[in-house]
Design a binder for this molecule. Sequence first.
Ligand SMILES: Nc1ncnc2c1ncn2[C@@H]1O[C@H](COP(=O)(O)OP(=O)(O)OP(=O)(O)O)[C@@H](O)[C@H]1O
Length: 307
Amino acid sequence: MTTTAPTTAPVVGFDQVSKSYGEVRAVDGLTLALHPGETVALLGPNGAGKSTTLDLLLGLRQPDSGTVRVLGASPREAIVAGRVGAMLQSGGLMDEVTVGELVGLACSLHPRPYQPSDVLARAGVAQIAGRKVDKLSGGQAQRVRFALATAGDSDLIVLDEPTTGMDVTTRQGFWATMREQADQGRTVLFATHYLEEADAIADRVLVLHRGRLLADGTAAEIKAKAGARRISFDLEGEIDEAALRALPFLTTVDVSGQTVRIQSSDADATVHAVYGLGVYPRNLEVAGLGLEQAFVAITAAEEAKTK
Ligand SMILES: Nc1ncnc2c1ncn2[C@@H]1O[C@H](COP(=O)(O)OP(=O)(O)OP(=O)(O)O)[C@@H](O)[C@H]1O
């Protein structure tokens, strides 16, 4: 028996949630619903409010106004019922115990625990189960935090910058495991600064900026929202660089040797105008923005508006 409502409620529901620290409004009127089986990336520049949002979601901080619900209950009730597993940036690990002991303890405290041996194996730390927790490398400690977050059968897994300090192979293994968790119907929410991870892993991307939701959609939708496209070509002769830079619709221009790379909010018009400069562009390519460039474009546009 749990105290939580049936799973028809969103896994996570924020309704007009705000949280300030003194003068700083870290989360500003956030409304949001996450659903079962979604893998959601939370992006935003430093100080955008990602960690505060996760703290509110986990009941570690209380909102000044608005409500946060997790699986139809308060965050605290959902956590007590074992429905949420979390891996936080700052989560210190107990000293003087071994990895195996710590994971065993986490399993024993979970209302719906997995076998410690399975948890150790899944997190890739079975070989270091006998090692003291304070003797681990940064990447190993991250894996142990991951083991603690998956000690039992939770409906929601919350990860704050989970792959910081992991090498490439560990990172790939980590995300493969997370995919399995989502495929089994769990909701995975992770904050990250690695945009390529968000692009590859998440089926939904949230962009936070100054505590507000700036974009919410698939990575493809976020890229489209940024509007701009990348244009690149090689020059055969000289180009009047000042005239090139003066063309309308350009957001960035980079001329390096014979190669020109530009971003434009109207690629068709820009290509037409380049021909108009008497240039014949070779190897012309027009492509959409990557998620990283789209993120920079969206947040920079918002910065410009708020100045
Ligand atoms: N305990 C606190 N006391 C005062 N201000 C805080 C506190 N925690 C966060 N802030 C401020 O609130 C804002 C949001 O911080 P938060 O840590 O939620 O952002 P973030 O998106 O997680 O940032 P980062 O990417 O740098 O981890 C920032 O301006 C930060 O300085």
